[in-house]
Write a protein that binds this ligand. Structure first.
Ligand code: KG4
Ligand code: ZN
Length: 338
């Protein structure tokens, strides 16, 4: 990938993290993430209006810290990338409005970035990855198997037919009373648990590129009811983690083989899960197959991955105008092949 030669600003406000970053190509100069987790914990999930209001408070302070950490002043920025799709519409609007204001005042180009494309190409910020490769994108809202033919050219091979993997972690954690967000809570509790103690469903039969996690959520509720006081929380957490990560790992390997991929990449919030990283690493090493996980700090939502895509797309001469809108839902961008 080629990049704009100089500092590019990234703005991410699609969900519950306000993040501002500055990159130079794939070099991250600063990546400030202000998480709203504490706020939303009160409700046990994300409240869209509260998220938007918190972004209003945080966006300029995050920008000041990002500039300070990168030792840059605002007028040294060459371009801006902002997440404009998909996400919570009210939350996205805050980032996009900030991007438009900065772009207009500095007279520099601005481009709207697809949040999932930023996740998909985030492993490339740390390594040169061959094409075509299979990206397993696992987050709170998405669980997708994407064939990355080259940057900008993606084919969806499969994904969840109900809950996303992160959603499954979050819902099962809530059922087990482990709190929010569920992924890190389950990973933590699972450390001292026995992943074979309870039997939990894997969803769908083998030889598919899809996933289903709704049955796991129900089975976890039944487990809690059945075992009542006898339930060992650490063992239950380990079993939930095993059920989610084993099926993700197995089906990513299956898809990569069926489509003759040159590597597997792992991205999105759930990619921070150490058991999932280890499983894919071990499985790929056993087959002498290249595997690249996004660096931990780039797994959960962050603006560095947004600035990274902007630095690339702006270098191709792409940009957006001030009538750019935000979108709650959106398909991945498809590049015209020249
Ligand atoms: O990518 P992300 O930050 O936001 C979305 O775009 O959805 O992903 C958030 C999701 C949450 O569901 C959270 O529970 C999960 O990622 N997550 C984890 C871990 N850290 C975050 N899941 C499993 N293990 C983790 N260590
Ligand atoms: Zn995300």
């Amino acid at each position: 990938m080629n990049y704009l030669g100089g500092p590019v600003l990234g703005i991410e406000t699609s969900c519950d993290e306000t993040s501002i970053a500055i990159v130079n190509g794939r070099n991250v100069l600063s990546n400030i993430v202000s998480s709203q987790t504490e706020l939303h914990k009160t409700w046990g999930g994300i409240v869209p209006e509260a998220a938007a209001r918190k972004h209003i408070e945080s966006v300029i302070p995050c920008l000041s810290v990002a500039l300070c950490q990168a030792s840059l002043s605002l007028n040294e920025i060459l371009g801006i990338g902002v997440t404009n799709r998909p996400g919570l519409v009210g939350a996205l609007s805050i980032g996009v409005t900030a991007a438009k204001a900065i772009s207009m005042s500095l007279d520099i180009p601005m481009i709207g970035i697809h949040h999932l494309e930023a996740h998909i190409l985030s492993p490339q910020m740390a390594a040169d990855i061959p094409y075509p490769h299979l990206c397993l994108l696992v987050s709170g809202g998405h669980t997708e198997q994407i064939l990355v033919k080259r940057p900008g050219q993606y084919q969806r091979l499969g994904g969840t037919i109900d809950d996303a993997a992160g959603e499954a972690f979050d819902k099962c954690a809530r059922t087990l009373g482990l709190g929010y967000p569920g992924g890190p809570a389950i990973q933590n509790a699972a450390k001292s648990g026995d992943p074979k103690r309870y039997s939990l469903p894997r969803g769908l039969k083998d030889h598919t590129f899809d996933f289903s996690f709704a049955g796991l959520k129900t089975a976890t509720m039944q487990l809690v009811e059945r075992e009542s006081d006898k339930l060992d929380l650490n063992d239950a957490a380990a079993c939930v983690e095993e059920a989610i990560t084993s099926v993700l790992s197995d089906r990513a390997v299956y898809a990569s083989r069926e489509f003759n991929c040159s590597a597997i990449t792992l991205a999105g919030g759930v990619a921070a899960n150490s058991s999932l990283r280890k499983k894919l690493e071990t499985e790929c090493a056993r087959r002498s197959f290249p595997f690249f996980a996004a660096p931990l700090e780039l797994c959960t939502d962050n603006a560095a991955m947004i600035a990274h895509i902007a630095a690339w797309r702006l270098s191709l001469g792409e940009f957006d105008t001030f009538d750019m809108d935000v979108f709650g839902r959106s398909n991945l961008p498809q590049e015209k092949i020249t």
